[in-house]
Design a protein around this ligand. Structure first.
Ligand code: HEM
Length: 206
């Protein structure tokens, strides 16, 4: 392979990512449909939205267990270890690049390598989504599938309502993550360059 090409996304990661992207989109559509559509003229029939949401949720849960375990075995987890050393400074530099420098055509503050494939903002958003939001959605999702597990009252609040609230809130933040993720991957010389990388596995240096 030429020097300006780095193999950053192995097959297992690309397959998981594809299933995950499709699954999250389906969960988002069915979840929003359950939450917001009018019962008289629903976007999707309520019972169909529930069945699809439950089925896709279980498939994704299995896919996430695969991701968490394989990420350790293949040591892709090294990219998810946040170094606190100079973190604020690095985050500010990358934020400044996205807000000002990118539009002025200034050079990127961080360069991708096999050792560090994420920039600091990407890294923190991936860790937040994968290791905080996703586990909250999985745990509350399992509890909502088996409501017998949920404590009836937490102080004066209904346990089911609190669990549903947490599940929807974390799901909502994952959708916000997805919108930002889709914007960020289009930044660069060509809007489809990063998209090509997650299909072929190879990152082409700019
Ligand atoms: C249509 C939907 C999506 C598209 C087109 C897409 C695209 C991409 C691209 C191009 C990359 C490689 C470049 C980069 O690292 O920034 C990537 C990586 C990644 N995406 Fe997505 N993505 C989508 C949905 C999602 C969703 C729903 C999640 C999680 C909730 C997600 C999580 C990740 C993670 C964690 C990585 C880094 C994987 C690694 O290298 O370890 N993506 N995505």
């Amino acid at each position: 392979m030429s020097n300006n090409k780095l193999y950053l996304y192995p097959v297992w990661l690309r397959i998981w990512h594809g299933i995950n992207a499709l699954g999250i989109i389906l969960l988002g559509i069915t979840g929003l449909s359950m939450q917001y559509t009018n019962m008289e003229s629903p976007l999707l029939k309520f019972s169909s939205a529930v069945s699809i949401h439950n089925l896709v949720g279980i498939i994704l849960m299995i896919s996430y267990f695969f991701f968490f375990i394989t990420n350790i075995i293949k040591n892709n987890i090294k990219h998810y270890r946040i170094s606190l050393n100079g973190l604020v400074n690095r985050l500010m530099k990358q934020g400044k690049y996205y807000v000002f420098d990118y539009l002025k055509g200034n050079p990127k503050p961080f360069h991708i390598s096999e050792e560090e494939k994420f920039n600091p903002l990407q890294q923190i958003s991936y860790v937040g989504a994968m290791y905080i939001l996703v586990p909250i959605v999985i745990i509350t999702g399992i509890a909502l599938l088996y409501p017998g597990m949920i404590i009836e009252k937490i102080y004066s609040f209904s346990g089911i309502r609190l669990t549903t609230f947490l599940h929807s809130l974390a799901g909502f933040f994952i959708l916000i993550f997805l919108i930002i993720h889709l914007y960020v991957i289009t930044i660069g010389q060509h809007p489809l360059r990063n998209f090509k990388s997650i299909i072929t596995g190879y990152h082409e240096a700019e």
